[in-house]
Design a protein. Structure first.
Length: 512
């Protein structure tokens, strides 16, 4: 499913009317009724609701919802954060229709507005139709007042298209924004659902097509949502006659005295994601930890200097012949020795690789990336060092940030976090659609690097591997949340769950 910016969404609406003859008022009617369907799910026994309307099309959607709720027997208060003369044409039309059904709007200039605002806490649900996708400047006046009252009320909120006060294209907050429990958006998902404050304030969200022609929804944008069907079809298959040499040989260069577990987790993940062979190149203490916990791994013992790898170990790594892909960085540590070690390897490395963790820090310090295909896997802190931007700047527009990083470094970049985002020069970005907050624990990034290493070793192109690996990793985390609990499962649990997650993804693909 494509992800649409506000500009693209407006273009779809315009083409729907101009090319397919579907009036804007009809789309507004369908949108309002789609919101009403969700309202009925949230309040199946009816109840008291307040519907906030703005002066634009979002307000028109809200009037349709209010009218439908009134017809269904709900007790409806209609608060309009504008004067009647300021309403857009389509919004005013929907207001007149709703009034014919008995809706009594209360405008901001009405003396009853203040009293109704203060009584919001007694309602069962609030419908937010104040602002739509066009909001770009800081909220003010009666809209700001309404948003503050909504959030202060403690009443659950159902937002129409976008929680008011959120920039639909970046997820940034425009001074104040509604914190919704549910959001119904139309046509296609919007960027705010996956980044910034928007991903939190949208709550649980659904997309309704509202009769927009399918050909318009299928038009390419600059971002696409990765789903189970696509991932299942992209996952490497294994022939019945396959042997371990056909399943990919992964080399993991990781670990230090202080971070021995990083190499362990990456190795387990590579094996659990189906690598034919896994070789761990590390200092003696790390190799000992891997030998104790991952007996399937092959060990390449590297020389040590002060708890980290000695740069002389680069020759040993370059001497490994049977390698299809490598993982560099988890737990390697930082410092001049590590940087020199990686620089020596990468100057002569020509196989696909994952550059993660401390290897990313080496890149930030000026170590040149290898002349080959690779995936960079920064979290926001590592990305801030790579691009010399603050974390706040990165998180304020993750789509643009990851695209910029891909173009700057010239390859695939996977920006980790809630809804991890993958980018490659000249391609629409791919946005992951699963995962959960339980994955916010130490070591899960090391697990992801092992998965990505295996996918590269099995000949998946880096951009596809990044998107498939992020989804597979998220699916394993979701399975852990279901079977163990939403918080408290470990990175090791995620690694061990990878085969079951893969089976579930493949089964879904084959079912289609």
């Amino acid at each position: 499913m494509w992800i649409a910016t506000s500009e693209h969404t407006r273009a779809i609406d315009r083409r729907t009317t101009e090319e397919f003859g579907i009036p804007a008022s009809v789309l507004m009617e369908r949108a309002g009724l789609a919101v009403f369907d969700v309202l009925k799910e949230m309040l199946p026994e009816g109840g008291r609701i307040t519907v906030f309307s703005g002066k634009g099309n979002n307000g028109g959607d809200a009037f349709v919802t209010a009218r439908a709720a009134l017809d269904a027997g709900f007790k409806v208060d209609s608060l309009v954060a504008a004067d009647e003369a300021d309403l857009s044409r389509d919004c005013a039309l929907q207001l007149r229709i709703a009034q014919a059904h008995g809706l009594v709007p209360i405008f901001r200039s009405d003396a009853r507005w203040d009293r109704k605002i203060e009584q919001l806490g007694g309602q069962d649900l609030i419908i937010d139709g104040l602002l739509g996708i066009g909001g770009k400047s800081a909220v003010r006046g009666s809209v700001k007042e309404a948003i503050e009252a909504i959030n202060r009320s403690g009443v659950p909120v159902l937002a129409i298209d976008v929680p008011s006060g959120i920039d639909a294209d970046t997820g940034e907050e425009l001074g104040e924004s509604v914190w919704a429990l549910r959001t119904v958006t139309f046509g296609l998902p919007k960027p705010y659902l996956f980044e910034g404050i928007g991903l939190e304030h949208a709550g649980y969200w659904t997309v309704h097509e509202i009769g927009i022609p399918a050909v318009l929804l299928a038009g390419a944008t600059n971002a696409i949502l990765v789903d189970k069907d696509w991932v299942g079809c992209m996952m490497p298959e294994r022939m019945r006659s396959a042997h371990k040499g056909d399943a990919g040989a992964v080399l993991i260069v990781a670990g230090s005295d202080a971070y021995r577990g990083a190499a362990v987790l990456s190795a387990i993940a590579a094996i659990r994601s189906g690598a034919g062979t896994v070789t761990v190149a590390a200092i003696p203490s790390v190799c000992a930890a891997v030998a104790a916990q991952v007996p399937e791994a092959i060990l390449l013992v590297l020389p040590e200097r002060d708890g980290h790898v000695d740069p002389a170990g680069a020759e040993l790594v370059l001497g490994v012949n049977k390698v299809h892909a490598a993982v560099f960085g988890p737990g390697l540590g930082q410092g001049d020795d590590v940087q020199e070690f990686l620089a020596r390897i990468w100057a002569n490395w020509h196989r696909p690789c994952v550059v993660d963790a401390d290897a990313l820090n080496a890149v930030s310090s000026g170590v040149r990336l290898p002349d080959t295909e690779w995936i960079l896997t920064p979290h926001p802190g590592e990305m801030s060092r790579l691009l010399q931007l603050s974390i706040a700047e990165i998180q304020s527009d993750r789509f643009q940030t990851v695209q910029h990083a891909a173009e700057r470094f010239g390859g695939t970049v996977l920006l980790k976090g809630a809804y991890s985002v993958a980018a490659h020069p000249g391609q629409p970005i791919r946005v992951n659609s699963n995962g959960n907050p339980g994955l916010a624990t130490g070591g899960t990034g090391d697990v992801l690097s092992g998965v990505l290493g295996t996918l590269l070793a099995q000949d998946l192109p880096p951009f596809c591997a990044a998107a498939v690996g992020a989804y597979w990793h998220g699916a394993a985390g979701d399975r852990c949340a279901e079977e163990i609990g939403p918080i408290g499962f470990s990175a090791g649990d995620v690694a061990r769950t990878l085969p079951q997650a893969r089976a579930k993804i493949i089964k879904c693909c084959h079912a289609h």
